[in-house]
Design a protein around this ligand. Structure first.
Ligand SMILES: NCc1[nH]cc(CCC(=O)O)c1CC(=O)O
Ligand SMILES: [Zn+2]
Ligand SMILES: [Zn+2]
Length: 370
C-alpha cells in the first residue's frame, strides 16, 4: 500500500468514526430533548408499562381479586347413601350419597372451602311425581345433608338450591296445568314451602332457581312469618337464561324436561332488558343477593346486576356447560386448563361479581394456596 493511499484510508476511517460519533450524539440529544419534552408538556399518560412491571403491581390492577370466601361449590346429593358416581359430561364431578359426603369434603374444608350449594338427586324408583313431593321430604337427601353438614362443619356456609325440576316426573321447574304450561300460583306456593323446609332444617341461604314470577316475595313473607327472616339469606337466581349450557347438570341431576323446554320461564339469551327488569323486580321483592347465570356468556348482565344492585352482593354461576367447555378445550390443547379457568374468573369478577358458584372451586382452593 502506498503512503498516500494509507493516509486516505485512515482519513476515511476517521470520518466514518466521526459519522458514528455524531449519530450517537444526535441520538443522545434527541433522547434528552424527548425526555425533556415529556416533562415539559406533561404528556406522561403514554407511559403505562411501569404500572404493571411486577407480578404484584399486575395483581393490583384488578378491582377485585379472587379469594376463597367468594367461592361456592356445587354438590349433587344422591338419595342412595353409598353412591359415588362420576358424571361423564362433568369431569371430576361426582354425584354422592350422604355416607360419602364427609370424607370427600373434609380435606376441602381444611383447604379453606367456605360454602357449598346443594342439589338433591332422587334416584329411587317412584321418587318423582307431578308435585315434586320428594323435594322437601324430611328424609330426602337435601334436608339430611343440611343437618349433617351443619353438625360436621360448623363454619361451612350451606346454600340450598330451591327448585322442583330434580323432583318432578315431568322435569319442569314447577307445577303444571293440564296443557303443560306452568301454573305460576301453585308453583310459587309449593316452591316457597320447599324453601321454608330447607331454611328450617338449617340452610344459611336458600336460592330459588325456578324462575316463577313472585317467588322471592312469597319466600320472604314465609320466612318473616316463621320468624327466621333475620337469619336466612335469600339469594335469587334473578337472571337465569335458557340455552345449551346446562346439559351436563341435567345429566348429573337427571332433571331434563320429559317434554318441551324451559324457554317460557328462563330468560331468552338476547333479553338484556328483561334481565334488568327481573333483577329490579327481585330486589324489590326482598332478595339479599342477585345471581346471574350462566356467567361468561352474560358478563354484561353481571355488570347490569352490579349497577342495579350496587348495595348488594352479586353472584355469578359458572355453569356446568362452561366448566365442561373449558375442560374440553384444555384436553384438545387449545389452552392450559388453569390459565383459562383463571382468565374466566377474572372476567366474571371484572364484570362485577363478588360471589362465584363454580365447579372449579377445589382447584381454586389449591391454586390460591394459603
Ligand atoms: N333449576 C335447577 C338448576 N339450578 C342450577 C342449574 C344449572 C346449573 C349448571 O348447569 O351447572 C339448574 C338446571 C336447569 O335450570 O336446567
Ligand atoms: Zn328447575
Ligand atoms: Zn314453556
Amino acid at each position: 500500500m502506498s503512503f498516500s493511499s494509507l493516509v486516505s484510508d485512515i482519513a476515511n476511517r476517521n470520518s466514518e468514526r466521526d459519522d458514528m460519533r455524531s449519530q450517537v450524539s444526535r441520538a443522545r440529544s434527541y433522547a434528552s430533548t424527548a425526555a425533556t419534552s415529556v416533562s415539559i408538556s406533561g404528556d406522561i399518560s403514554s407511559q403505562l408499562h411501569g404500572g404493571y412491571s411486577h407480578p404484584l403491581s399486575r395483581a393490583w390492577q384488578a378491582e377485585r381479586q379472587l379469594t376463597k370466601s367468594m367461592l361456592i361449590y356445587p354438590l349433587f346429593i344422591s338419595d342412595q347413601p353409598d353412591e359415588e358416581t362420576l358424571i361423564p359430561s362433568l369431569p371430576n364431578i361426582h354425584r354422592r350419597g350422604l355416607n360419602k359426603l364427609i370424607p370427600y369434603l373434609t380435606p376441602l374444608v381444611q383447604k379453606g372451602l367456605k360454602s357449598v350449594i346443594l342439589f338433591g338427586v332422587p334416584i329411587a324408583p317412584g321418587a318423582k311425581d307431578a308435585l315434586g313431593t320428594s323435594a322437601d321430604d324430611p328424609k330426602g337427601p337435601v334436608i339430611r345433608a343440611i343437618r349433617l353438614l351443619r353438625r360436621q362443619f360448623p363454619d361451612l356456609f350451606i346454600v340450598a338450591d330451591v327448585c322442583l325440576c330434580e323432583y318432578t316426573s315431568h322435569g319442569h321447574c314447577g307445577i303444571l296445568r293440564e296443557d303443560g304450561s306452568l301454573n305460576n300460583a301453585l308453583s310459587v306456593d309449593r316452591i316457597s314451602d320447599v324453601a321454608m323446609a330447607y331454611a328450617t332444617a338449617g340452610a344459611h341461604c336458600v336460592a330459588p332457581s325456578d324462575m316463577n314470577d313472585g317467588r322471592i316475595r312469597a319466600i320472604k313473607l314465609k320466612l318473616i312469618e316463621a320468624g327466621i327472616a333475620h337469619q336466612v339469606v335469600l339469594m335469587s337466581y334473578s337472571a337465569k337464561f335458557s340455552g345449551c349450557l346446562y346439559g351436563p347438570f341435567r345429566d348429573a341431576a337427571g332433571s331434563c324436561p320429559s317434554f318441551g323446554d324451559r324457554r317460557c320461564y328462563q330468560l331468552p339469551p338476547g333479553g338484556r332488558g328483561l334481565a334488568r327488569r327481573a333483577i329490579k323486580r327481585d330486589i324489590n321483592e326482598g332478595a339479599d343477593i342477585i345471581m346471574v347465570k350462566p356467567a361468561s356468556q352474560y358478563l354484561d348482565i353481571i355488570s347490569d346486576a352490579k349497577e342495579l344492585g350496587k348495595d348488594m352482593p352479586v353472584a355469578a354461576y359458572q355453569v356446568s356447560g362452561e366448566y365442561a367447555m373449558i375442560h374440553a378445550g384444555a384436553k384438545a390443547g387449545v389452552f392450559d386448563l388453569r390459565a383459562m379457568a383463571e382468565e374466566t374468573l377474572q372476567g366474571i369478577l371484572r364484570a362485577g361479581a363478588t360471589i362465584v358458584v363454580s365447579y372449579f372451586t377445589p382447584e381454586f382452593l389449591d391454586w390460591l394456596g394459603n
